[in-house]
Design a protein around this ligand. Structure first.
Ligand SMILES: Cc1cc2nc3c(=O)[nH]c(=O)nc-3n(C[C@H](O)[C@H](O)[C@H](O)COP(=O)(O)O)c2cc1C
Length: 338
């Protein structure tokens, strides 16, 4: 099955909120939470997607016809592409009960590792989710990133123990989850963290720490001060705060300031290898893609993930070939019109 067939197939089993659209552009699910939509007006995910479409690439085939190298290195690991599969938690609530988080993460981690990339795993109120996710990561030689929510201190440290034991090559926290409607007023409590609190968490991790949910130079500086080795420029796909700009619109400023100091990852509406190229041209080292992977798992399990990663890789390779670059390092602002 190809990606389109898998997406079609997912439509009948993915539940009432996601419409498995030919292009995952945030329109049909708009503000559906529960569901994969955005908070409030439901416009931020749409903005994320559209901002990438406004950027155009510069064709240049007057270049040495070298082999295209898409390999990406981070924290001592080499990946086939500069692409990660993003954390998606509470799948039975936001999609359908064909899967629970444990079944979903097991496929996600395994299929991504097999495809030459790595999956971030989501977290939730049920403590079993992190236990299973970290187990799946351990089973796959540490190729996965457990992503912990900004819980109270005791809960964070319990989850960090699991993450440390999993041999994960990195650990993340979606620091912006403070804004998730379904975490508010619940046990364990989750919320904002001061730089000092975040530093304590990062110091406890045995491996490089990724802070997800940065939307400004000031925010990036705080993450760096706390000891982050990578940041994810992300507005959580519009799910935590209405009225934020598209990630593509803040990426360049953040990357200009922090490139080389920390790894810069970006997410939000990235759907194709062409979009991946544009993100790298604006200064990202790598990208995260989340929602489309859910369609792939509901429609085709491991095969779905593998088909989508392969398609993204081919699109990225083709864009590199046609813009005159041969390795990721060569991709720069010179390759796009802004
Ligand atoms: C249903 C759903 C659940 C999510 N759960 C998590 C989560 O547990 N942790 C997290 O860091 N991000 C979570 N995200 C955010 C995604 O990882 C990602 O940041 C966001 O969806 C933007 O990327 P996309 O446009 O490619 O989907 C979730 C997103 C969706 C739609």
């Amino acid at each position: 099955m190809n990606v389109n067939e898998i997406r079609e197939k997912s439509r009948s089993v993915i539940g009432p909120y996601c419409k498995s659209c030919p292009v995952c552009n945030g329109k049909a699910c708009s503000n559906k939470i529960p569901g994969p939509g955005s908070k409030g007006t439901g416009t931020v995910a749409i903005k994320n997607y559209e901002a990438w479409q406004k950027i155009e690439v510069k064709m240049d085939t007057l270049a040495e016809n070298k082999e295209i190298d898409t390999t990406f290195e981070m924290f001592g690991k080499t990946f086939k592409y500069p692409i990660f599969a993003g954390p998606v938690g509470a799948v039975s609530q936001h999609y359908s009960d064909l899967y629970n988080d444990n079944m979903f993460n097991e496929i996600y981690v395994r299929a991504c590792a097999k495809s030459g990339i790595a999956a971030f795993t989501g977290d939730g109120l049920n403590e079993e989710i992190m236990m299973h996710a970290t187990h799946a990561i351990k089973e796959n030689s540490g190729i996965g990133v457990p992503t912990i929510k900004p819980w109270d201190k005791d809960t964070c440290f319990k989850k960090l123990d699991l993450a440390n034991e999993s041999n994960a090559f990195a650990i993340a926290m979606d620091i912006d989850a403070a804004g998730l409607p379904f975490l508010q007023g619940r046990i364990p409590p989750a919320g904002r963290k001061s730089v000092e609190e975040l530093k304590e968490i990062i110091d406890y991790a045995h491996v490089p720490f990724i802070v997800k949910g940065i939307m400004s130079v000031e925010g990036a500086q705080k993450a760096v001060d706390a000891g982050a080795k990578a940041i994810v420029v992300s507005n959580h796909g519009g799910r935590v705060l209405d009225g934020t700009p598209a990630t593509a619109c803040v990426l360049e400023e953040i990357a200009d300031q922090f490139k080389g100091q920390v790894k810069i990852i970006v997410d939000g509406g990235i759907r194709s290898g062409l979009d991946v190229f544009k993100a790298l041209a604006l200064g990202a080292d790598a990208v995260i893609i989340a929602r489309p992977f859910v369609n792939m798992i509901y429609g085709g399990k491991d095969e779905g993930v593998e088909a989508y990663v392969q398609q993204l890789g081919q699109e990225l390779e083709n864009t590199m070939m046609m813009t005159g670059v041969s390795s990721l390092r060569e991709i720069s602002k010179k390759n796009i019109y802004k």
